[in-house]
Design a protein around this ligand. Structure first.
Ligand code: ARG
Length: 485
């Protein structure tokens, strides 16, 4: 037998023995300490309102909970988990009446509620970081609508674009990542409390009331589902892993661009070498890139833990939620760091402009021009491809003329004016000509910036509404509790 005092769950029977530490989640549960106190409060208020316990009992328990909250997680007695330890602490403070707190519930609905309660706040924080990053991307883009840069496919120079167009490509990806986080939030924001172990309870509980007191949007009806479900964890982790994947692409680009001298990271976002004094390494972005690996691994760990679990509660679930919390933490940090790196980076317009013209990157625009002049696009493509073969050695304009003479019966002049051809070969003109919806031409990018601003404002409002609902619930619950103590 252990020397430690037993918690309320393990008194008498099953001391835990040598497996005591193995079983315990108390340390990791620090994350849901405050959530558990709130869940306890809502439950106790509801029990009193339903006449399941009386008001003075509720008052005593709620006062004890306040003391336990103030003493903090570190002051909790030993226990199998935070739920047992808090209950033990309440009983230690007020005696047997504290034992009424756990009436009409189980740790199964309790932990599921705590996890959802805490994760909601974490998702809000992550979404906040993503919105701030979107704002940074739009702000920097606004100053680079005319900064021409090479665009790549297969990492080969492909077509010129602009820094604004490039940055907005990530802004719009992050807009979808934001939507996924909101969707995950909304399905997390449903209350399992009152499901008890999985099979409901004989007590006349009011599940809608505890849900409302805790700011949940609704109740998960089926008690077995409510106690067992962890898809809110997978959904949040998947949204987070997807976001991390977006960030990793951006990080990779910036690492490459820094390597080529297209972009200069601020010293705050770079590291030096311990041996090579000249080095400036993009370590922060490398760690952003790595967070996608950790998060994907977390999602995999989570799904693997959950796969094939039978109904209803199984202790495996105790190992599930850390994957989600770790992912959200890592990616919140990565989002903030990536935003800082982008906000403070300098784009080297001259190096970008020079690189934008390399490798006949305007070839597609030239082919488009010939096709617009009446040639079938395939013929135009063939002429420009021939010219591209020569473009290393010959003047491009001359190479196009020579290729056209070999391919066409009539003169190139019947299809295109020389001035227009010369313009199409210029990277900036090439960009300006691609003014289709979503293209890189300055007008198209200005329109995209307007849309991005509108979308961001909408997302900000949606986030505020969710954050406010959580804050309102805190106030409501505190007011109810004050009525008893
Ligand atoms: N610490 C447990 C967890 O995180 C709480 C639920 C324990 N329930 C049980 N039936 N053993 O999952």
């Amino acid at each position: 037998m252990s020397e430690e005092p037993d918690d309320v769950v393990r008194r008498e029977r099953f001391s835990g023995g040598p497996a005591r530490g193995f079983l315990s989640s108390l340390a990791a549960d620090e994350r849901i300490f405050r959530a558990d106190i709130q869940v306890d409060r809502a439950h106790v208020v509801m029990l009193a309102e339903q006449g399941i316990i009386n008001e003075s009992e509720a008052g005593e328990i709620l006062a004890a909970l306040k003391g336990v909250e103030e003493a903090g997680h570190a002051a909790l007695p030993d226990g199998e988990d935070v739920h047992a330890a808090i209950e033990t602490a309440v009983i230690d403070r007020i005696g047997d009446v504290g034992g009424k707190m756990h009436t009409a519930r189980s740790r199964n609905d309790e932990v599921a509620t705590c996890l959802r309660h805490r994760l909601r706040a974490d998702i809000v924080e992550l979404a906040e970081a993503v919105l701030a990053f979107r704002e940074v991307l739009a702000e920097v883009a606004e100053t680079h609508v005319d900064t021409v840069m090479p665009g790549f496919t297969h990492l080969q120079p492909a077509q010129p674009t602009t820094v604004a167009h490039y940055l907005l490509s990530y802004e719009s990806a992050l807009a979808r990542d934001t939507e996924r986080l909101f969707a995950a939030f909304d399905r997390t924001n449903r209350s399992p409390l009152g499901a008890a172990a999985f099979a409901g309870t004989t007590f006349d509980v009011d599940r809608e009331r505890t849900a409302a007191l805790l700011g949940f949007e609704s109740v998960i009806e089926n008690a077995m589902d409510a106690a067992s479900a962890r898809d809110f964890l997978t959904e949040t982790t998947a949204a987070t892993a997807t976001l991390a994947t977006t960030l990793s692409g951006l990080a990779e680009d910036l690492i490459l661009f820094a390597n080529k001298g297209y972009v200069d990271l601020d010293d705050d976002y770079a590291s030096t070498s311990s041996i090579m004094p000249q080095k400036k390494n993009p370590d922060t972005l490398e760690l952003v890139r790595a967070s996608a690996g950790d998060t994907a691994a977390g999602l995999n760990g989570l799904l693997t833990t959950l796969k094939g679990l039978p109904r209803a509660y199984n202790r495996d679930l105790q190992r599930a939620h850390d994957h989600a919390f770790d992912a959200v933490d890592a990616v919140t940090d990565a989002t903030e760091v990536a935003a800082g790196a982008v906000a403070t980076a300098d784009w080297n317009a001259d190096a970008l402009a020079a690189a934008a013209g390399e490798g006949f990157s305007t070839a597609t625009g030239v082919a488009d021009l010939l096709a617009a002049g009446g040639l079938p696009f395939r013929t135009a493509h063939e002429i420009v491809a021939r010219a591209a073969e020569e473009s290393e050695t010959a003047d491009l304009l001359a190479a196009i003329e020579a290729a056209a003479a070999e391919t066409l019966d009539e003169s190139l002049d019947t299809h295109v004016e020389r001035d227009a051809l010369a313009a199409a070969l210029d990277p900036a003109e090439s960009v300006a000509s691609r003014d289709s919806h979503g293209g890189p031409a300055p007008e198209a990018v200005e329109a995209a910036l307007d849309r991005a601003a509108g979308d961001a404002a909408e997302a900000e409002t949606a986030l505020d509404a969710r954050r406010q609902a959580l804050a309102d619930a805190e106030v409501r619950l505190a007011t109810e509790v004050d009525g008893y103590v």
